[in-house]
Design a protein around this ligand. Structure first.
Ligand SMILES: Nc1nc2c(ncn2[C@@H]2O[C@H](COP(=O)(O)OP(=O)(O)OP(=O)(O)O)[C@@H](O)[C@H]2O)c(=O)[nH]1
Ligand SMILES: [Mg+2]
Length: 872
């Protein structure tokens, strides 16, 4: 991320003939939640290995690793930094990372360079929510990990409790390396070792190192960074049980950080193959550049080297085109990061500050922190950046002031939405003003949530030269492509270059940029799009008496959750809810529980937006008016170029459609007009309630047809009734319920039977059994209606929501409830809803009509039983 220091040059006497001669070289990152004691532990290691004569203190602002003025002022690490030291024959490059969630993107990028990690746990706090996030990241990047539990001088929890919480909360084979049972525990990690152990053999150091490297075992050591306790033992374990990766002869490197000092742009990388020397030429894409200087940093100081071998972490100057996350040589570039900001902030410039020249400066910071995603909204003339939270906002303000001398303000953040597609389409872009030519065909298909954008080429080189193909892939990757619902970035889509055409004389590089961007947007215009929003996984702990309120709130937030867990008078609710709803909730929890409750959350990626219709409407985005992101194409006729609308492009394109060859053309579906047909509805009903039975009370077609003024549609109408909600909303039933709930239920069921008989509707009445201990889900047919009793701990409205969401947009389904949340779900699902009161009026009117029919029939026949008459 941002890196700005005053550098000094020191001599490094290990350099002989330009290369470090050491038997083992490993790169180790140090990770933990904020304030766990990482920097203090790193300082202790440097002191213990003789790298420092005196260990610095974070609290005094004099550590080797926290060197930036903002870090020293605040006593927190903001930028990853490194130190190199040796233990016996092992040379360790230690990368210290920030622990605050707001800077976790910097931490994630550092993982690219690591051979090993030390996960630091504070003996005071144990496993924290952010520890779980880091643990998942370590798994995702497959990094072997040591655990050091620090602050044991001050710990609230015992060693046993800490180990148990590691094992319970993080899923891994954590082994206490100080325990008598250590060998046995190690042997248990692999069958062949267990056999040997049972035969009396010990687990060797080499075998232990392999177990650790393959993440079958995670060694745990305990101590205190501040008091230097357990630090020697930890260093000894690292020396004994780590293996140096095997690097190929051919050159490769991974870029994990970009920074700037006063004069130079620094590219921080780890060499992963061959060697790198000053004046080497590094190729990337279609350009190449020369290494001017190689620096090996320790804190803010560095030594220069002529040449470095694989396994070295260094900063080089001269590679001005190289981007963060890029792979050099044989290394591929990194995919999209797992952690990313979910909030968008507006930067407000002081009077007289020119936005255009400020944007150029901000781009420098964006090189260091690509996740800033700096955006210029030309329409509003405003600048937006993506940030992780309030602390990062403050730090960005300070950095802008320090580096550019500009005092900006940053508005409170807004959630960052994304968009994706739900079906496979082919996007076509053609760009042919006079003496230009390019045509691009892209197959775009949805990927699972969290996949990001994936680009691939399946285009034959016979049809399009490899260089043009590379260029198209580069254009796909270089731009933040915007969706057509709200103009938010797109994600979770695989874009495959299926075909393309260049002109032997007229095609220029820029033509393919135009054709590619247009093809993406043309594809999006055809596809059914979907809005996504960021979610948190949350853990909400409240005193038992507040669990009802907590459940209600989470449901109001459109969250989902597991059944609450109870212990010691507290209930724990775990689940997932939209970031926008949870962000302000922590303060409310503290307030309604009198400070006894707590809410913690971690990013859970993007998922379907809970109120997409509202957000789409508010965004007021008209994709066809967004001229910078046009879906239209340019063709040429009679010596002049002309524009062709996106929905006509296929009629003009020069190459055949690629998708047409794969699957028959399916017309575009507008996301606002989805209906399921009777058959689908029937299938859902059958699955929920068994085969459709033709009921005894079916009215005669003749009689229903006679009732011309009854304005119900005579097709598969379905009415879902929230049983208790209606009982407590209708005065008669409410009165009855006060005496006997069962009688009220039976009465409602009777009323609904008559209603169903007359209207010929499919009626489902749902009764909530959430608070009924031991109750099993029960579904049965009562005469001509379906009755559902939910199971214990399943809320009736949760069941209705599920059913409504499953049925989806359908104007033939109505939900009767006054419950705001179900009403909301129904609106989102596009299903019609009706309040209990409105339904009462409808039932009354049906009742009146039944009376009329009865009267008519009575005049002709002496029968009096309505059921009998209607079932005839
Ligand atoms: N008692 C005690 N205090 C410690 C120990 N290690 C660190 N601390 C204190 O804990 C606080 C945080 O320590 P740091 O080393 O800055 O923690 P960090 O994990 O690097 O923090 P960030 O980089 O900001 O995430 C400081 O006040 C340290 O003095 C320890 O072993 N014992
Ligand atoms: Mg630190």
């Amino acid at each position: 991320m941002f890196f700005f220091t005053v550098y000094g040059i020191i001599k490094y006497n290990l350099f002989q003939g330009g290369q470090i001669m050491k038997s083992k070289k490993i790169v180790m990152g140090i990770l933990a939640h904020v304030d766990a004691g990482k920097t203090t532990l790193a300082e202790a290691m440097l002191y213990k290995t003789g790298k420092l004569r005196r260990a610095g203190r974070v609290d005094n602002g004099d550590t080797l690793l926290d060197t930036h003025s903002l870090e020293r002022e605040r006593g927190i690490t903001i930028f990853a930094s490194q130190a190199v030291f040796s233990v016996n024959s092992t040379e360790i490059t230690l990368l210290d990372t920030p622990g605050h969630v707001d800077f976790s993107a910097e931490t994630e990028r550092t993982l690219r360079a690591l051979d090993y990690a030390v996960l630091v746990i504070s003996g005071l706090d144990g496993v924290q929510p952010h520890t779980r996030t880091l643990w998942k990241l370590l798994g995702y990047y497959n990094i072997p990990t040591f655990v050091f539990v620090t602050k044991m001088d001050f710990a609230r929890l015992t060693k046993g409790e800490l180990l148990a919480s590691l094992k319970n909360e993080l899923d891994g084979n954590f082994t206490d390396f100080d325990s008598n049972e250590r060998d046995e525990e190690l042997a248990m990690c692999r069958d062949d070792l267990l056999e040997k152990y049972l035969a009396g053999e010990k687990v060797t150091d080499a075998e232990t190192a392999q177990l650790i490297r393959s993440r079958l075992c995670f060694p745990c050591l305990f101590g205190s960074g501040l008091k230097f306790d357990g630090v020697d033992e930890f260093l000894d374990a690292v020396d004994r049980y780590t293996l140096m990766p095997e690097y190929p002869e051919v050159f490769g490197a991974k870029v994990f950080k970009i920074s700037h000092d006063k004069a130079d742009r620094l590219v921080h990388l780890k060499v992963t193959g061959g060697k790198l020397s000053v004046r080497d030429t590094v190729k990337h894409g279609t350009t190449q550049s020369k290494i001017s200087q190689i620096r090996i940093y320790s804190g803010e100081k560095y030594i220069t080297a002529e040449s470095v071998c694989a396994g070295t972490v260094c900063a080089v100057t001269g590679l001005d085109e190289i981007k963060n996350g890029q792979g050099l040589g044989f290394e591929a570039s990194s995919s999209e990061p797992v952690l990313e900001p979910v909030m968008n902030y507006r930067i407000v410039l002081p009077d007289g500050c020119d936005p255009q020249s400020f944007m150029a400066k901000l781009r420098l910071l964006e090189e260091e922190e690509p996740l800033l995603h700096v955006k210029w909204n030309s329409h509003l003339q405003e600048i937006y950046v993506g940030l992780m939270g309030e602390i990062q906002t403050e730090i960005l303000k300070s950095l802008i002031a320090e580096r550019f001398g500009i005092e900006v303000n940053i508005d409170s953040g807004k959630v960052l939405y994304k968009e994706t597609i739900t079906q496979k389409v082919e996007g076509v872009g053609h760009y042919e003003p006079l003496r230009h030519y390019a045509e691009v065909h892209l197959i775009m298909e949805p990927l699972p949530r969290g996949s990001g954008l994936v680009f691939e080429s399946k285009c034959s080189e016979d049809n399009l030269d490899r260089n043009w193909q590379r260029l198209i892939l580069m254009h796909l990757a270089e731009k933040e492509h915007l969706g057509v619902l709200t103009g938010s970035p797109i994600t979770d889509i695989k874009i495959t270059l299926a075909a393309g055409r260049a002109h032997i004389k007229h095609t220029e590089g820029g033509d393919f940029r135009q054709a590619t961007y247009r093809a993406v947007r043309q594809g999006l215009m055809q596809a059914q799009s979907k809005l996504l929003e960021p979610y948190y996984n949350f853990r909400l702990k409240v005193p038992n008496e507040y669990i009802g309120r907590a459940i209600n709130d989470i449901r109001m937030f459109s969250g989902t959750f597991d059944p609450p867990e109870e212990s010691d008078g507290m209930s724990l609710l775990k689940g997932k809810a939209p970031v926008i709803t949870l962000n302000p909730y922590a303060a409310q929890v503290a307030s309604y529980t009198g400070g006894r409750g707590s809410l913690v959350f971690e990013n859970a990626g993007y998922d379907d937006c809970h109120n997409s219709e509202k957000i789409i409407e508010e965004a007021g985005y008209f994709p066809e008016s967004d001229l910078e992101n046009t879906p239209d194409s340019m063709f040429c006729a009679h010596g002049g170029g002309f524009s062709v609308k996106w929905n006509k492009v296929t009629e003009y394109m020069h190459l055949e459609s690629c998708l047409k060859k794969e699957i028959p053309f399916t017309p575009a579906v507008n996301h606002r007009n989805l209906h399921i047909d009777d058959k689908e509805l029937e299938a859902i009903m059958e699955r929920e309630f068994g085969p459709v039975k033709y009921n005894l009370f079916r009215p005669k077609a003749r009689e229903v047809q006679q009732e011309k003024h009854v304005d119900f549609e005579k097709k598969s109408q379905c009415i879902i009734v929230d049983g208790y909600n209606v009982i407590f909303a209708w005065d008669d039933l409410k009165e009855l319920a006060e005496q006997s709930l069962e009688s009220a239920r039976n009465r409602l069921m009777e009323i609904l039977c008559n209603y169903a008989a007359f209207t010929h509707y499919n009626v489902i009445v749902v009764f909530d059994a959430y608070n009924v201990a031991g109750s099993q889900a029960n579904r049965f047919d009562y005469h001509n209606i379906h009755v559902v009793f939910t199971k214990e701990r399943e809320l009736g409205d949760v069941y209705i929501q599920k059913l409504v969401t499953e049925i989806g947009k359908n104007e033939n389904v109505r939900v009767v409830t006054s419950d705001a949340l179900i009403q909301l779900t129904s609106v989102q699902a596009g299903v019609l809803r009706m309040s209990a009161r409105e339904f009462e009026e409808e039932v009354d009117s049906v009742h009146a009509k039944i009376g009329e029919v009865l009267k008519n029939i009575k005049e002709k026949t002496p029968k009096t039983n309505i059921g009998e008459i209607i079932s005839e």
